[in-house]
Design a protein around this ligand. Structure first.
Ligand SMILES: [Cu+2]
Length: 155
């Protein structure tokens, strides 16, 4: 099969870039311990229910007026199932899982993160509009995945 010289150059450049990108990613993961940006804190997945503050999930007010919301995502529900947030509150969500990979998404707000056992995923949002927002798992997590939902009420 005949290949044009320019085609060979482009293929070589493309493969070389792929090798450089994979080498960079592998080096960052192994040498620097690089993890996805939302995974900043680790947790023993077998002890989530005994580990503070996940032993009391829910909304916690901070001294500066902002809030932290601690969530446990497990097959097939969220704890807490329902959360009331004051209008205008800046909330940082901390979410973990004791079992399998889940998703944590509040559509129309930009809150969306994967939840991986052994890690605490973090995402922040300021709730400027009142309303009742759906909270859904958007990672297939098993036979009851479609039932895994809750809500966040801003008022
Ligand atoms: Cu799910």
């Amino acid at each position: 099969m005949h290949m044009h010289r320019a085609e060979k150059i482009w293929m070589t450049a493309g493969i070389a870039m792929l090798v450089v990108f994979l080498a960079t990613l592998t080096t960052a993961a192994i040498v620097d311990g690089f993890v996805p940006p939302s995974h900043v804190q680790s947790i023993d997945p077998t002890k989530v229910s005994q580990t503070a503050p996940f032993d009391h999930p829910g909304l916690h007010k901070l001294a500066d007026g902002s809030y932290e919301a601690y969530y446990v995502a497990h097959i097939f529900s969220f704890d807490p199932q329902h959360l009331v947030i004051p209008l205008g509150a800046h909330v940082t969500f901390y979410v973990t899982s004791p079992d399998v990979e889940h998703g944590f998404s509040i559509p129309l707000t930009g809150v969306n993160t994967m939840v991986t056992p052994g890690w605490v995923s973090t995402v922040s949002h300021t709730f400027k509009a009142p309303g009742k927002f759906l909270l859904v798992c958007n990672e297939y997590c098993g036979a009851g995945h479609q039932m895994m939902a809750g809500d966040v009420e801003v008022k």
